[in-house]
Design a protein around this ligand. Structure first.
Ligand SMILES: [Zn+2]
Length: 422
């Protein structure tokens, strides 16, 4: 035991944290953005994942739960094992669509990049409740109803969230509802798969009805087909919750999502997630940037819904800037592991970076780290370890360059402070 402690202390002593005298201060000419008064860290386009370095946009996990509301007798929606299987299938299928991210169909002949999508959904139950998988069934003949045409049971009513919401404002509550049988019987009401996505809750209607219809029509594997179709709608509605708007009919603020006829299926129909179509398969760089920006904002509703994986250091998710790579980060990031700048690599950081508790930034000999007006901190109320610049024998120390007054907050080993790890 004693020996182990001694070994640990000896190791700690060897860690070479950055010293004040080794910092290189550089004057920087104002950039065109600075001259124009633009804060690049608030430009959502800068938040789109970089296709060359997907891991530089650490994966976000949106916490969701799924409620099936059925009739008092329990026969008008999925329930029991079937509800669990449907929810799991739908979520798996939705995550798969995100992973694939189809190329945009519109505008015809476009060259919109297809970027890696760095978010997924994770079914989340109540904390400390064994067996709670975040999938619930309620019997409530009133609140099971969804009416897209007005009162009562209007789609925008939040009675379901008020009554059955779980872990409100921490987990996105998804309600699986059905159209009223009288509405379905009416020739002017189309019982299509509809939904609505608000900040903390989503409603989707018509899954069970669609499933029944598929069975009646003798379709192959109606269960999977319905779950797959609802997965596209789930992505659409959660897109709203994450701050995206429809693209076909209004200005959604993105140049890469053209207005369109919003047709369902065909060579010239949109396949964008935020239109109504058969696939909901494509998400553009601008749309990804908007969501990533919302997730980065300290007090946004979108950030509250994330699993805060960036609070706990996961060395397997360390980011390495390798030889020959010259990288600039112009967006805020929440890292899940350490950050290592290897020999021949250069990283310039211009916005906020959150380091997990106990993690470090290491600048190897021959590596260069430029801290350009940025803030490096821990966004979970803990401390990160500090910047290490190891030197072996006669190698030159890795360069750490300060420009535009960067600040290092919540750091255990302050610049110029003790060499010893605490
Ligand atoms: Zn919509």
């Amino acid at each position: 035991m004693l020996l182990a402690v001694c070994v640990l202390v000896a190791c700690a002593r060897k860690v070479q944290y950055l010293q004040a005298e080794n910092i290189i201060y550089e004057e920087a000419e104002p950039t065109p953005e600075q001259n124009a008064g633009i804060d690049i860290c608030k430009e959502s386009d800068n938040y789109a994942p970089d296709a060359r370095y997907p891991e530089h946009t650490p994966m976000r996990y949106v916490r969701i739960n799924i409620h099936f509301i059925t009739s008092d007798e329990g026969e008008r929606n999925f329930s029991g094992v079937q509800a669990k299987q449907f929810a799991e299938k739908m979520v798996r299928s939705a995550n798969y669509k995100l992973k694939v991210n189809d190329e945009m169909v519109l505008p015809v002949g476009n060259d919109t990049p297809k970027l890696p999508v760095r978010y997924r959904y994770v079914l989340t139950g109540k904390e400390g409740v064994p067996g709670d998988d975040g999938i619930y069934v309620h019997r409530d003949s009133e609140l099971m109803l969804f009416n897209k045409k007005g009162k009562p049971h209007h789609s925008s009513e939040k009675a379901q969230y008020d009554t059955y919401g779980v872990r409100k404002q921490e987990v996105l509550n998804i309600f699986m509802l059905e159209h009223h049988p009288d509405s379905i019987a009416s020739p002017t009401y189309k019982p299509s798969s509809d939904g609505i996505g608000m900040k903390y809750w989503v409603k989707m209607a018509g899954a069970f009805y669609k499933y029944q219809r598929q069975i009646q029509k003798g379709k192959d594997d109606p269960f999977s087909a319905t779950a797959g179709r609802m997965a596209g709608l789930l992505n659409h509605e959660i897109g709203h919750s994450m701050g995206l708007r429809h693209t076909w009919n209004s200005d959604d603020g993105c140049d890469d999502t053209p207005k369109n006829g919003n047709c369902w299926k065909g060579a010239t129909c949109s396949n964008n997630m935020m239109d109504y179509n058969a696939t909901h398969g494509a998400i553009t760089p601008c749309q990804l940037g908007r969501m990533e920006y919302n997730w980065s904002k300290e007090r946004s509703s979108q950030r509250k819904l994330l699993d805060p994986v960036w609070c706990e250091r996961n060395p397997e998710q360390s980011i390495r800037i390798q030889s020959g790579q010259i990288v600039t980060w112009e967006s805020a990031k929440d890292l899940n592991g350490d950050l290592i700048i290897e020999k021949g690599g250069t990283l310039a950081i211009k916005c906020l970076v959150s380091m997990p508790a106990g993690s470090y930034i290491k600048v190897m000999s021959g590596g260069k780290l430029i801290l350009d007006g940025c803030t490096i901190t821990n966004r979970c109320g803990d401390e990160w370890a500090g910047i290490i610049t190891p030197v072996k024998r006669k190698q030159a120390r890795g360069q750490v360059i300060y420009r535009n007054d960067p600040s290092l907050d919540r750091v255990a080993n302050m610049v110029g402070g003790s060499k010893r790890a605490r």
